[in-house]
Ligand binder design. Sequence first.
Ligand code: ATP
Length: 594
Amino acid sequence: MTDMTLSAPEPRKRRSNWQLLMANRLAAAGLFLFGFIVILAVLAPVLPLPDPDITDQPNRLLPPLADGHLLGTDHLGRDILSRLIWGTQVSLIVGISATALAAIFGSLIGLVAGYSRGATDSVLMRFVDMLMAFPYILLAIAIVAALGPGLLNALYAIAIVNIPFFARNIRGVTVSIRNREFVDAARLSGKSHPAILFTEVLPNVLPVIVITMSTTVGWMILETAGLSFLGLGAQPPTSDLGSMLGQARAQLFTAPHASIIPGIMIFALVMSINLLGDGIRDVLDPRLRSGALDRPMPVTKIARRTKPAATLEDAPALVVDQLATGFDDGKAITPAVRNISFRLGKGECLGLIGESGSGKSVTALSLMGLVASPPGVITAGGVYVGGREVLSLREQELIGLRGGRVAYVFQDPLTTLHPLFRVGEQIAEAILVHESVGKSEARSRAIELMETVGIRDAQSRASAYPHELSGGQRQRIGIAMALANDPDIIIADEPTTALDVTVQARILELLQNLRKERGLALLLITHDFGVVAQVCDRVAVMKDGEIVEQGETTAVLRDPQHDYTKRLIACVPELGEGQAFLDRVRTLFQEART
Ligand SMILES: Nc1ncnc2c1ncn2[C@@H]1O[C@H](COP(=O)(O)OP(=O)(O)OP(=O)(O)O)[C@@H](O)[C@H]1O
């Protein structure tokens, strides 16, 4: 585990996109190389270069460093350096123009198809599929053959064969955006379809277009060079890098420099653009920037400025001390929860309550280093299980505690249970991860656990797949898995939110009974004070990432100190209250606003 206690950093300063790009060494190298090549190409008219088209037969195929010809001459005695710089200019103009054309038409097709769906989508996409069904270089050759050889026609051909790439990408993004609430809201406000497409959808799709362009322009330069190499692109006297290569291939063995030099330039140009393109994509894509698409670390990254004491004397089952967790978006660590402290004894239930986004789940996941990292970072505090600070443990030790001494029950078991394995197998696997028992013993213990959590006919239900069970049964399976290794602490994150009230009552009762029978310490996360009142001995109220009030449930219910706690309590209706409940909530919220 990476506890960087000693070198714990100051919160990082926000870095601009430019600084992020420069921090990526490969992208920076790509940018400098590409910039250098572009400057050379742009300055071609003012550089002291000989005319690239003037032939000089007596001086043909001079090697590099020959007098007056730094890179030598070609088979017609033309200066290679001059032709290289002018040729690079042509290749860049054609490659970038083809990219722009493909991006404009491909994105337009993608936007219209993704937004309109139905017949328009089918027709446009089948046309795109047809283009994609041909090997692209053959298609490009066929298009140039039909239009006639020439640089402009090569440009059109390359643009056309790349249209499907943009169209498919942009259609996919548009489909995912077209049903979002802000688009619905624009529709309801009476905006026309073109207006929605260009003012609501396009701005959200634009970063994808830019990213796709930056990653494809290198390919297009290469493809243009390919057509020119075959004699279908640039026609004499104009030449681009591909045609220089094509003309020099006859002297590949007698004068290799004539082909190697344009070859190196094509390589440098395409590599620099690809490196830069990858860097731009990383900077623009928020998920890549925060590292969310990286392989997650097995334990949340820990960067605490001070290391807490390794042990606590006479500690209850769970002690959380001044815990703080944030999210690193690649620019800075944004705190999500801070100063979180509570204690939880054996057989006790602590309710962690707060509105959505107040930091309940982040707190719960931080306890066992389960916040996905990147981007999660634990920046301060300690977590003591049985008096031992667990965030300082070695990675394998902490992983061993998960599901062993500390178990989790999550909100929606359908997302946490594996859809392709039978539930009995999944409970047995939870046992086998921590104990070396035989498979049949694990299976019979799994069935016992299913009986413990009140699943009728456990023997046959063990062979069911998760989708064959009801929501309540699935949650019982989740609880059975949590109990598999006889834990000391169960952290239940909104275990009944996805269930109807009757099933919710039964699951809460089950948790209560298990707690009493097994002496479990239960941390129950919820946003419902009714649940807290029913189940918890003590309650901690969270707001904006901090615990604002904590105490015995009855005392907090009787005399809430914090306004926010009062509002939470007021939101619990009592049977028969009717209009009085609504009036009470309204008054409290008006008070809060003033
Ligand atoms: N991957 C993430 N990247 C950045 N911020 C995050 C991430 N996950 C959570 N957060 C932020 O952390 C804060 C706390 O979120 P958390 O999920 O703990 O809330 P919660 O109280 O459990 O809400 P809910 O009841 O809706 O589950 C929120 O502001 C959320 O935006």
